[in-house]
Structure formats: structure tokens, C-alpha cells
Design a protein around this ligand. Sequence first.
Ligand code: 9MR
Length: 457
Amino acid sequence: MANSSRAPGRSRRLRAALVVSAAVGLLATAGAVVLPGSASAASTLGASAAERGRYFGTAVAVSRLNDSAYTTILNREFNQVTAENEMKIDALQPNQGQFNYGNADRLVQHARSQGMLVRGHTLAWHSQQPGWMQNMSGTTLRNAMLNHVTQVATHFRGQIEWWDVVNEAFADGSSGARRDSNLQRTGNDWIEAAFRAARQADPNADLCYNDYNIDNWNDAKTQAVYRMVQDFKSRGVPIDCVGLQSHFTGGSNYPSNYRTTLSSFAALGVDVHITELDIRNAPTDAYRNVVNDCLAVARCKGITVWGIRDSDSWRSSENPLLFNGSGQKKPAYDAVLAALNNGTTPPTGNPTTTPPTGNPTTPPPGGGCTATVTPGQVWGDRYNTSVTVSGASTWSVVVAITAPQKISATWSGSPTWDSSGNVMTMRSNGSGNTFGFTTMMNGNSSARPQIRSCTAG
Ligand code: 9MR
């Protein structure tokens, strides 16, 4: 994202974020011991997930960015966003050949200004097609779909971490068949054709297949998607990830074998993402289980809830989200945050065991505040840093990174960047006095961030 918060290239980022370690041990090596339940436990979902090498995100309706109560929670809690509707086919290409990127660009812009990662949703889907596309078939439709994939992925190139290339292409029930649709009727290879076009247009984005009701390992639909991914991997079709929407609303429950599903997909050599989570009546145990299951699977990269407040939900009558209509945290929020904070990182992976050298610096006094650096978790290819400001409630802190190291994600502050992309000015954004960031080592494992200044106001 932005000039800023992404390391270049797909594999480093992606393979990277899944390399995990025994959290407490590593934190101890890094000098910042964060024990479950300790006073230093992260206080927001995004910050806590980042400490586990994950993201915690939400679907965003762009029109709600004008609602300050909504935006306050968004900026404080989440470090990943998915457009709830604004990147769908009907939104982006309402008339054939006429693209309308305004709302989607606005969301990407907001995410960049907040250091949030963006999931693109969705390039090819049987639903929410514009009228002109609904009326198409055969080669004409196939070409129009591929053109849409190419145009959109090209427009957003470099700004999207993961694309839902194809959404909901399998039938419900026991058939294990593809869903019938105008796209499916263009030929069974329409899905792989879409993935190939997306890879060509944006080689650095990770490409996902996304679906609902693929949470229960025993379901025919789950097994059918699994076999497709297995087939794609064996034939070299470019697929990097599977998104489990995990709408446990409308009568669909959290299954006790959910962790088996996540780890089984991951074992195929793809990342897994929980992309649209909501749970009817927001029970604490089911939310906690989902978090624990994700943390237990190294390739589970993060969790996205499908809206912020219950009143924002597509199923608002089920009150399925983490904040109530007034924006207050619900018990499910507390359960999720505690599970993230208590979670250890998964048992597999290849962490760095050497303590980081070149301890981060604290800035010279004089700007009206002091920034104190705490080294965070270290992985084989990246490390976290958090910075706590004292002496001011609004502030800006200038942080310099040594190239080729690159900051790949930030949380709990609003970053801007100089033209080199290596000097970040982090401003307070109402999330408190501690912000954090992840730095990709990119081959330099010894350099550490330098704090250049802390300025009050
Ligand atoms: O939440 C979205 C809602 O506002 C739209 O009206 C609906 C239209 O299809 O899509 C909803 O989001 C869906 C997502 O794009 C794909 N998975 C299921 C989601 C809930 O229906």
C-alpha cells in the first residue's frame, strides 16, 4: 500500500507473514516480554493481531466514512479493509467500457492514510453483475469478464494485498458441483482463466478463491473447493489463497471442525483468510473459537469481520458483530481481543532466534514529547516495533528505516511518508499513545528503526 506500507513483491510478504514462532520466547529475545493478560497487552484488535503476525480487518461501506463515530472505530481498531460493495463488478463497470473507480479509490486512499491493508472484492462473480453483463453469454461474456479482471487489477496494481479473484462459484448442498451461472456456462475453465488474467495484471497481489459454507470440513461444497485448489496447485494455475467467508448467520453455525478445514486448505500450499466473519447474536465462545483456530494455523493470515457495528451489518437483525449500534464494544469484542492477546503464534515456522542487534533509538529531547521504542516480535524476514509517546496527547513522531528494509504495515496512528518511502511521520489518530509497525528486513537483518523526533501537537 502506498509508497509506504508494502514491501515490494508477492512472495516475501505472503510467505512471510505466515512464518511464525513461539511468541513469548521471541518477545523475550527481543526485549519486550508480553505475557498473556499483562499490562502491556495490546488494546486494539489490529495491534494485537499484528503482534501475532496477522491482520484484523473489517468490511467498509464507503458512504459511512462520513460518519465520524464509524470512522473513529475503524481507524482505532482495524488494520485491514475490504470494500463491502464498492469493488464489485456493477460498481466498477456500470456500463460496458465505462469504469467508475471513485468510491473504491476513496476507500483505498483512506486505507493508505491509516496504514491498513486492502482486500479487493471481487473481480469475477455470478452476482452483482451490471445489466449489460447479465445479458451476455459465451465467448462475448468470457472476454468481457477477462477484460474486467485485467482493467480493474491493473487500475489498482500495487495497492491491493489480496484479490478475491473469483467469488462463490460452487453450488450449495450435497452435489459438490459448480454453481450454474452465465460465467460457468462459458466453460469450466472460466475460474482458472480469471486467475491467470489477474496474475498477469497485478503480479504482486495474492490471488484468492472466496466462498461461503466452506467452513465445515465434511460439507460436499468444502470438499469440492478443496479439490479445485488441489487441482490448480498441481497444474500451476496461479492461486495463493482461499477465503472462508464464515457467515455464521442465517442458520449456519460455527463447525467444531473449522480448524481442520483451515489447516487442510493450508496444507495444499495456499494461505487461508477468514474474509467475512459475522456470527448470529455474537456469542463469545464462537468468536473466541474462530480466533483461536486462526492463530493455530500458521497460514491463516487474518480475520475480517463483515462490518463494524450491528447497525452496519447486512444482517443487522441478528446483531452479529463486535460493536453495538452505539459503537460500544460488545462481550464478543472482549472475547476476540483476549483471544488475540492470549494467543501464542502457531507451533510451526522458522523464526529468527538471534536477538536483534542495533537497538532502536529514542529521540533527542526537545520536541515536547518523548518516544520510547519497544522491540516486538521477530520473524525470519520481518519484525515488529512499537513506540509509546509520553508528554503529549497529540503528537507526531518521525521514524527512519534503513533501506532495503521497508515498513509493510502500521497500526494505531496515521502515517505519511517522504519520497524515499523510508522516513515515516506517524501522527496520533485518537488510538492512544502507542503505535506500531512491521518492518520487512529484505536481506538486512541487523538495522533497526531510528526515531528522529517527537513533536507535540
Ligand atoms: O454485505 C453486502 C450487501 O451490502 C450487499 O447488498 C450484498 C449484495 O450481494 O452483498 C453483501 O456482501 C456479500 C459479499 O459481497 C459476498 N459474500 C456474502 C456477503 C453477504 O451477502
